[in-house]
Design a protein around this ligand. Structure first.
Ligand SMILES: NC(=O)c1ccc[n+]([C@@H]2O[C@H](COP(=O)([O-])OP(=O)(O)OC[C@H]3O[C@@H](n4cnc5c(N)ncnc54)[C@H](OP(=O)(O)O)[C@@H]3O)[C@@H](O)[C@H]2O)c1
Length: 320
């Protein structure tokens, strides 16, 4: 099927799972590359009907293996990204070198499209290694395959996220919750399904060569987000603004762990509002505004963090 075969990198993640469901429902066949088929195979395989998903285990820098996959598709989607560095998974390798490799392969194979997930606010957060390498990755992509479309989402949430779910876990345990920068950093959280709608429409509507900022329906400060989550899980906690030096100290400590709760680089990112810049088109400008409301969506899965777990579900709806 010409034009209906997508090669997806990072498809086992939060956005990838939603995207595979959307694409396969709409008759797209997908090849999904993962580093570990044993760990991720069942997650990927169960997102679509039999016959629509092909899973390939590969190191994303194994050029010989990756090259072969480009002969079997015509659209490439890059969802690989990291929040902290680990051994050889440096920001530079993942956010800059890998997208550059993909763009070159897309060009060599006359691909119809490359959709690359970048991040909102990277022009502003110049001291952050995450932001700098994402920006360099975008430049590499546009230089090597100008037909690409780059999407810059604000923070993405859903039941599969590492954002609302991590916060609700922490809020459950901690009596006092620290707020850096007084919790005043602004976000425009977008639900995974809204973002996937944008990706799908970019592919099917053949929207090329643009940077698009993807945002949700509301602008919320971090403090407002935490307060909403506390309300949803029915907990009261002290939200304590803490000085930056304490934040830096705790980040230094946390980043020693294999899955750090906070890193120094994330602390830098938190200094900048994560909202539309006004310099690029948004998902609403290209005709696909977000529909989901933050509180309404999180209410659907927050019961797992409430006292009584799933059995408290009725109480949530009664209260509203
Ligand atoms: N989630 C957000 O709030 C958000 C906000 C802005 C931008 N983004 C960007 O959107 C993209 C997708 O986000 P997501 O939330 O779906 O990410 P995710 O859930 O963390 O998944 C990312 C995927 O990337 C692959 N991956 C991670 N580290 C890798 C490595 N070292 N080598 C090879 N593959 C690796 C993993 O696939 P395997 O384990 O199967 O190999 C993983 O499933 C990323 O580029 C991210 O930066 C996300």
């Amino acid at each position: 099927m010409k034009g209906k075969n997508c090669l997806i990198f990072g498809g086992s993640g939060q956005i990838g799972r939603h995207l595979i469901r959307k694409l396969t429902k709409n008759d797209y066949r997908v090849i999904v590359v993962t580093r570990n088929i044993h760990q991720k195979g069942h997650i990927i395989k169960t997102q679509g009907n039999a016959g629509y998903i092909d899973i390939v285990e590969a190191n994303i820098f194994d050029e010989a293996k990756i090259k072969g996959l480009f002969e079997r598709a015509d659209i490439c989607i890059n969802l690989v990204g990291i929040l902290y560095e680990k051994k050889r998974s440096s920001f530079n390798n993942i956010h800059t070198l890998f997208p550059s490799l993909l763009a070159k392969l897309c060009k060599q194979n006359n691909f119809k499209h490359l959709i690359h997930l970048s991040a909102l606010g990277i022009n502003e957060a110049t001291e952050s290694a995450y932001a700098k390498t994402k920006l360099d990755g975008e430049k590499e992509i546009l230089k090597n395959f100008p037909l690409s479309t780059i999407l810059r989402p604000s923070v993405v949430y859903s039941v599969d996220d590492n954002f609302t779910t991590n916060f609700m876990t922490l809020l459950n345990i901690l009596p006092i919750f620290p707020l850096y920068y007084n919790g005043q950093t602004k976000f425009m959280p977008i639900h995974s399904s809204d973002l996937v709608d944008v990706i799908y429409n970019v592919i099917s509507g053949k929207i090329y060569s643009q940077i698009i900022e993807c945002v949700g329906t509301e602008t919320l400060t971090l403090k407002e987000i935490i307060e909403k989550l506390l309300g949803l899980i029915d907990k009261r906690r002290i939200l304590l603004p803490v000085p930056l030096f304490f934040g830096k100290l705790s980040a230094k400590f946390f980043q020693l762990f294999p899955k750090p709760l906070l890193t120094e680089d994330q602390l830098i990112l938190l200094k900048y509002n994560n909202i539309i810049s006004g310099k690029y088109k948004t998902n609403a400008d290209i005709g696909f505004p977000a529909k989901c409301l933050f509180e309404k969506e999180v209410e659907k899965y927050c019961y797992m963090w409430r006292q009584g777990g799933q059995f408290s579900r009725n109480n949530v709806s009664k209260k509203k």
